[in-house]
Design a protein around this ligand. Structure first.
Ligand SMILES: Cc1ncc(C[n+]2csc(CCOP(=O)(O)OP(=O)(O)O)c2C)c(N)n1
Ligand SMILES: [Mg+2]
Length: 545
């Protein structure tokens, strides 16, 4: 199809070409012209209740689909997605942030137009810090190339980008006959082969190598390469909390989530006693590695990411992550004996709970483990929802989303919406604390509007439980909402109030049947109860590990 060279239409076409079908956001006068174009285009606008919800939804959409987009108005909307863009940056999610803005002509003589903060470029300056590339499309001569440039950066680095679209340029043509340019970066062949040679030698000489497959394996679509590598060499694979479910968790060579002290002891011991740790697309963050309790020695590590390749203590420049991964698969790696690996995560609890037993966090997650199906995408919010979810057994890859590094509360409900729109065959299982729910839970209204059907489990422990474990005070209390009655307000959905195991059983069975709209399961928990993962972390930190 012939691409229009009008700036707004070109932008929409580029989104479409990269697989985007939905754009999340809220309009405003500075972006109305572009909204009109969006509405007439092949893309669908998803109106959220709040811009922050749109930002989180676009982030999840990008994690599931490869690219996401959020479109908002100048400053009042834009600055509300600063936090979600920061999360997308920190956790490598390619979101295109499109902001309307005052027209270039309107900016002459620096008038005080509504929504302006300090200068016209205040918002652009903020987003320069939060994105991998940003542009203000102020010149029709360069606008189309600028769009290509930031798209390339988003896909090359899997990080968010910012495009500011002044309202008087939306329908203005860029340069004629512009063809979108695809840049294909290549590795330096000699450096690549030297790196692969050294890596293969190190792996073959090792007695007990182990792969840690992390978030970038997912973002660059290299999951199959990891699976084939493990099948061919029989090297076991662990993931991290941020990269959880990067490969299905039922492979015989899958070890579990490695999280330093927070993770299961068997996984920690296996990884830390390895003489060759192959970190693929890994982020060495504190939460990911159990709040810096992980002990990984660079002297016995191969560390490959899209930004860096190091083997032991030295770096190789100009080696693309994909090329290194594919090269490793082709390399002559010795096939090993099958090792007996630590048992898979928590055994599924019997699906029938006992009548009067109050639900504990531990039992809840064990019960959910047997509830998961191939169609579930688990979306966990910050708090014990995330810690507890670490032990869930995810069937297939990419079916776990959680902000395990930047850790902004309020992610899960809107992210469930983004994930389901990105992949409509998935039914989100959203795990969210009462505190986080109070931040963005109202986005269930968006789920109603677009006929989505997430199952939302609100872990109601009467406040900021994770914080209570560290230091308690009245600042950790929240107002006790009647969460399960939300369907009455939204005019759709089903709510369940759950105290006991058998009540949870009954609600899960009903939620499975009720697919027309969302289900909200409010699970009342003891304020001081906690998941085994949080328990392990607290205990080991207490021992000063
Ligand atoms: C946006 C944001 N504000 C504050 C925090 C700090 N924080 C981390 S965990 C937490 C409590 C979470 O409470 P809740 O959602 O109820 O989950 P729980 O810890 O009770 O399981 C807070 C306030 C944060 N991570 N993100
Ligand atoms: Mg709570």
């Amino acid at each position: 199809m012939k691409t229009s060279n009008r700036i707004g239409e070109y932008l929409i076409q580029r989104l479409y070409d990269h697989g985007v079908r939905h754009v999340f956001g809220i309009p405003g006068d500075y972006v109305l012209g572009f909204y009109d174009l969006l509405e007439k285009s092949k893309l669908r606008i998803i109106n959220t209740c709040d811009e922050q919800g749109a930002g989180f939804a676009a982030d999840a959409y990008a994690r599931v689909r490869g690219l996401g987009a959020v479109c908002i108005t100048y400053c009042v909307g834009g600055l509300k997605v600063a936090n979600t863009t920061a999360e997308a940056f920190a956790e490598k999610s390619p979101v295109v942030v499109i902001s309307g803005a005052p027209g270039i002509k309107e900016r002459e003589k620096n008038p005080l137009l509504h929504h302006k903060v300090r200068e016209f470029d205040t918002q652009a300056k903020v987003f320069k810090q939060l994105t991998i590339a940003s542009t203000v499309l102020s010149d029709p001569q360069t606008a189309l190339q600028e769009i290509d440039r930031v798209f390339h950066a988003a896909l090359r680095y899997k990080r968010p980008v910012y495009i500011e679209l002044p309202r008087d340029l939306v329908m203005v043509p860029g340069i004629p006959h512009h063809q979108p340019s695809e840049i294909h970066e290549t590795s330096d062949p000699r450096t690549l082969s030297a790196a692969l040679g050294e890596a293969a030698e190190m792996i073959n000489a090792a007695k007990k190598p182990v792969i840690i497959a992390d978030v970038e394996v997912h973002r660059f679509g290299l999951q199959d390469v990891v699976v084939q590598l493990a099948e061919k060499s029989r090297i076991p694979v662990a993931s991290t909390l941020l990269g959880k479910s990067v490969i299905g968790e039922r492979y015989p060579f899958y070890l579990g989530v490695y999280e330093g002290a927070m993770g299961r002891e068997e996984v920690r011991q296996y990884v830390e006693s390895s003489d060759c740790v192959i970190l693929l697309g890994a982020f060495l963050t504190d939460i990911n590695l159990g709040v810096f309790t992980a002990r990984l020695d660079p002297g016995r590590s191969i560390y490959a990411t899209s930004e860096k390749l190091s083997i032991r203590y030295h770096n190789y420049e100009d080696v693309r992550f994909k090329d290194f991964m594919r090269g490793l698969l082709r390399a002559k790696l010795r096939r090993r004996e099958l090792r007996k690996l630590p048992h898979p995560p928590v055994a599924a609890a019997p699906s029938r709970g006992r009548k009067d037993n109050l639900v504990t966090v531990k039992w809840l997650f064990e019960r959910l483990n047997s509830f998961l199906t191939d169609e579930a995408v688990v979306v966990a919010d910050v708090g014990d929802a995330l810690f507890g979810a670490a032990d869930l057994n995810i069937h297939q890859r990419t079916e776990f989303l959680g902000p395990a590094y930047y850790a902004s509360m309020g992610f899960a409900v809107p992210a469930g919406i983004g994930a389901q729109l990105a992949s409509p065959t998935l039914r989100p299982l959203v795990l969210v604390g009462d505190g986080a729910f109070q931040m963005t839970g109202m986005e269930l209204s968006t789920a109603v509007r677009y006929k989505l059907n997430p199952i939302v489990i609100v872990l109601n422990n009467a406040g900021y439980g994770t914080e209570r474990q560290m230091q308690d005070g009245s600042y950790n209390d929240v107002v006790p909402w009647q969460y399960h009655r939300l369907p009455e307000i939204l005019g759709a959905g089903r709510g369940f109030l759950i105290h006991t195991e058998s009540e949870l059983d009954a609600a899960l069975a009903a939620a499975e049947q009720h697919t027309e709209s969302f289900c909200l399961l409010e699970v009342r928990l003891d304020p001081h109860d906690r998941s085994p993962a949080l328990q392990r972390l607290a205990e080991r930190l207490a021992k000063n590990i």
